[in-house]
Design a protein around this ligand. Structure first.
Ligand SMILES: *[C@@H]1O[C@H](CO)[C@@H](O)[C@H](O)[C@H]1NC(C)=O
Ligand SMILES: *[C@@H]1O[C@H](CO)[C@@H](O)[C@H](O)[C@H]1NC(C)=O
Ligand SMILES: *[C@@H]1O[C@H](CO)[C@@H](O)[C@H](O)[C@H]1NC(C)=O
Length: 405
């Protein structure tokens, strides 16, 4: 069966990958960019500007509101933290907005059982125009991040040439390794090369990066979610095999808790990202998030599926004229995640199917747990006809497992 082959490839692949031992499961945490962007106006907007205060308040929420204990441990700074370089060329944060420095924030995160991520760019400038890590600064900046006890680096690619990126990303991987500090490495490189071979060499990326952004930035809209999903699905034959423990495709942040998605769409993004084995980086205001959105993000069965130890990325297996699609992700212990996704815009759709129609050939007896409602569907054999009711731009997600006799 196809999935056996994929599994074997995934296992063979593991001997060739980045050896920092990090991110054996997709990273989970919080990243400032999508929600807070480059808001540096701390005079007018002190609660929401990119500043020490914002990261401390998010760290407190991660630790106190159940996030950390579910696995959301990364507290990641994005662009607009840099103040400049000192006389010796060392990076310094903006003094007004980060008065105690980055090492202080790292200590604070660590004291709460969290990890701190930081952001730089391999070009002349970051995307928002702050000093970049040009090739002559790679080793120095890696040392700075290690000294500050940073745990993850997102290295962007604005204001760089393809040649600089081809040199800079491997150089940074080596420089991070040479610091002796385990620092997870998030590379925006493929997104700057169109995301596909031959321009992108995914074998090489697996050797130097723990995760990588393949495609454009997510924006706060359903249209943006769909454009990313469509691109990932259109190229799933290329992208699916290159993900695995320690090296993940990154379709970008979760929008859940912000302004652009309906409740159904928020559930859909969470389910689809989980089945894609995507990093789960929230980017929302954890101080004001609603209980309903928290429920989506804190669904423990969802998280268990996202963090499945096999680390196999899921796949769209069915695309129907009715605008219903089915996604499948193989999990440990012969279990699967199934996502029934509706692109319809009319009304809840009654989708009739059977495991046989989803290419399950075994004669085993299965049970499914609905990941959102908790309901259990039992007595599923290959030919058993079942019905799921899928809301417009919504999902039904199943955790499907064989019943042990
Ligand atoms: C550096 O790379 C070597 C293998 O190439 C690995 O054994 C070691 O753990 C790495 N160290 C860090 C800090 O990533
Ligand atoms: C980076 O800066 C150098 C020196 O000013 C300049 O020659 C080069 O064209 C710049 N590169 C990019 C991609 O903007
Ligand atoms: C891709 O990178 C791998 C690992 O560095 C290398 O062995 C291989 O030759 C590269 N492939 C191409 C087409 O450049």
């Amino acid at each position: 069966m196809l999935w056996k082959t994929v599994l074997l490839l995934a296992l063979v692949d593991q001997v060739l990958v980045l050896e920092n031992g990090l991110l054996q499961k997709p990273p989970m945490g919080w990243l400032s960019w999508e929600r807070f962007r480059c808001n540096i106006d701390c005079d007018q907007d002190p609660k929401n500007c990119i500043s020490e205060r914002l990261f401390i308040e998010m760290a407190d929420r991660l630790a106190q509101d159940g996030w950390r204990d579910l696995g959301y441990v990364y507290l990641n700074i994005d662009d607009c933290w840099i103040g400049g370089r000192d006389a010796k060329g060392y990076l310094v944060p903006n003094r007004k907005r980060f008065p105690n420095g980055i090492a202080f924030l790292a200590d604070y995160a660590h004291s709460l059982g969290l990890k701190l991520g930081i952001y730089e760019d391999i070009g002349n400038f970051t995307c928002m125009g702050y000093p970049g890590t040009t090739l002559d600064r790679v080793v120095q900046d890696a040392q700075t991040f290690a000294e500050w006890k940073v745990d993850m680096l997102k290295l962007d690619g604005c204001f760089s040439t393809p040649e600089e990126r081809a040199k800079g990303y491997p150089m940074m991987a080596a420089a991070l390794n040479a610091t002796g500090r385990p620092i997870a490495f998030s590379c925006s490189w493929p997104a700057y090369e169109g995301g596909l071979p031959p321009k992108v060499n995914y074998s090489l990326l697996s050797e130097i990066c723990n995760l990588w952004r393949n495609y454009g930035d997510i924006q706060d809209s359903w249209r943006s979610v769909l454009s990313i999903l469509d691109w990932f699905v259109d190229h799933q034959d290329v992208l699916q095999p290159v993900a695995g423990p320690g090296h993940w495709n990154d379709p970008d942040m979760l929008l859940i808790g912000n302004f652009g998605l309906s409740f159904e769409q928020a559930q859909a993004q969470m389910a689809l990202w989980t089945v894609l084995a995507a990093p789960l980086f929230m980017s929302t205001d954890l101080r004001t998030i609603s209980a309903q959105n928290m429920d989506i993000l804190q669904n423990s069965l969802m998280i268990k599926i996202n963090q499945d130890p096999l680390g196999i990325q899921g796949y769209r297996i069915l695309k129907l004229k009715s605008h219903i699609e089915v996604y499948l992700r193989p999990l440990v212990n012969d279990a699967y995640a199934l996502v029934f996704f509706s692109r319809r815009t009319d009304m809840p759709y009654r989708f009739h199917s059977s495991l046989a129609q989803l290419n399950f050939t075994s004669s085993r007896l299965y049970e499914a747990q609905d990941v959102y409602t908790g309901g259990v569907i039992s007595g599923l054999q290959a030919e058993t006809v079942f019905t799921v009711i899928i809301n417009p731009s919504g999902v039904v997600m199943w955790y499907l497992y064989p019943v042990r006799m």
